[in-house]
Design a protein around this ligand. Structure first.
Ligand code: PLP
Length: 396
């Protein structure tokens, strides 16, 4: 499966590959050298000429980042806003919608904690209700149950495409289809799917989508974006406005801009934003469909090999599974497994119950080990990880 990949070059361009077998791509991926170089180059320019003057010199490139996101999602640049992370992007979309007593927010069992906390806050403030759709036998959102729930009380469908705690890929396009048929806004948290899967907002049928730069896109930390469908923009009032989102046209009057930049603030980190643009172009040059195939093949192989290790239980749900692989090891807490692997130069992470509480409680799980693969991982690294887990159980 590695034949049509120039893994040598990709790994050479990924300095971190020399340090560890890196399986924390769902946390923060290893950045490619050109991304880091672009950030540093701009910081050096700022050092020399000043931040505003440096930004003037790269104004076209900074504006081009919107175009890069647009190519990634198959949307228009005017439908893109840039943020410091995925949470802020998601919040700007969510808190731009209005809810009243009796309105319903429909979501699924794998919803991310920060999103669910926002639902709870709005429910407490307004009397809106949160409805969690049943999952089907594969752990995906039950589409028939969802269809039955959709009536005129439902003001939002909010779905996490790929959860932080496993390989599950929600059938977002089918959910989007139902949302369109019912005329209900659809907010997709694509924080974990962006960069590891091919995404097209028209195929997904979402009205709003958010993602972060540092995960599968391999961008710098402190970057993220929001997509808002142009038809949706006039119906959303940003919860806060500054002089970039709106213009103070006379002493008693302001005018809000009409593109997705109305959710942004004026100040931003130009260097990381430029690095983010490079990271997106890097992924686009490789091809998102090609990345998706390799990541899913590698993850499937990892699950297969993990299942052969005594005492290891793979915990992923879903018919379609992505690059996030989760498991538990009999007799060892996830935290201990992470530390023991770290000592052997293998980077994995743990995920706690409170990040995806509904799903974890339903499955009776407290904490999992998460090994998230990217295209630059190798079969040899997968073997190394499994071998290290085998030696873990020997030492019990
Ligand atoms: C599914 C999901 N949504 C949202 C977020 C939040 O992203 P950020 O930390 O960039 O705000 C995460 C982070 O792990 C996530 O896994």
């Amino acid at each position: 499966m590695a034949e049509d990949w120039d893994l040598g070059r990709l790994r050479e361009e990924t300095a971190g590959c020399e340090q560890s077998a890196f399986f924390n791509n769902a946390g923060a991926s290893l950045q490619p050298r050109p991304v880091v170089a672009r950030v540093i180059e701009h910081l050096r320019l700022e050092e020399q000429v000043g931040g505003y003057e440096a930004a003037d010199r790269v104004a076209a490139e900074l504006e081009g980042v919107y175009g890069s996101v647009a190519r990634l999602l198959h949307c228009a640049p005017q439908e893109v806003g840039l943020f410091e992370n995925s949470t802020r992007a998601w919040e700007m979309a969510f808190y731009s919608l209005s809810f009243a007593a009796g309105d319903r927010i429909v979501t699924a069992a794998n919803e991310y904690a920060s999103n669910y906390i926002a639902f709870l806050q709005v429910a407490q403030r307004t009397g809106a209700e949160i409805c969690v759709v049943e999952s089907d036998s594969a752990g995906e959102v039950d589409l028939e149950a969802l269809r039955k729930l959709l009536d005129d009380r439902v003001k939002l469908i909010a779905l996490t495409h790929v959860p932080t705690n496993g390989g599950l890929v929600q059938p977002a396009a089918q959910v989007g289809q139902l949302a369109r048929e019912s005329g209900i806004p659809f907010l997709l948290d694509a924080c974990q799917s962006t960069g590891q899967m091919h995404l097209d907002v028209d195929v997904l049928g979402c009205d709003m989508l958010c993602a972060t730069g540092r995960k599968y896109l391999r961008g710098p930390r402190g970057t993220g974006f929001l997509y808002v469908r142009s038809a949706m923009l006039p119906h959303m009032e940003p919860p806060s406005l500054d002089l970039h989102a709106a213009t103070w046209v006379s002493q008693g009057k302001f005018e809000v801009r009409n593109d997705a930049k109305k959710f942004e603030t004026w100040e931003s980190a130009a260097a990381t934003r430029l690095g983010f643009g490079v990271a997106i172009e890097y992924a686009l040059a490789l091809g998102l469909k090609k990345i998706e195939r390799r990541v899913q093949d590698l993850a499937a192989r990892l699950r297969e090999r993990l299942a052969e290790v005594e005492g290891v239980t793979v915990r992923d749900l879903g018919r379609v599974r992505c690059g996030i692989v989760t498991f538990t090891c009999d007799g060892h807490s996830p935290g201990e497994v992470m530390q023991r692997l770290r000592a052997k130069g293998i980077a994995v992470r743990t995920v706690e119950r409170s990040s995806t509480r509904i799903d974890m409680e339903r499955r009776g799980l407290d904490e999992l080990v998460r090994a998230s693969v990217h295209y630059y991982n190798t079969e040899a690294e997968i073997e190394r990880l499994c071998e290290a887990l085998r030696s873990l159980s020997v030492k019990v």
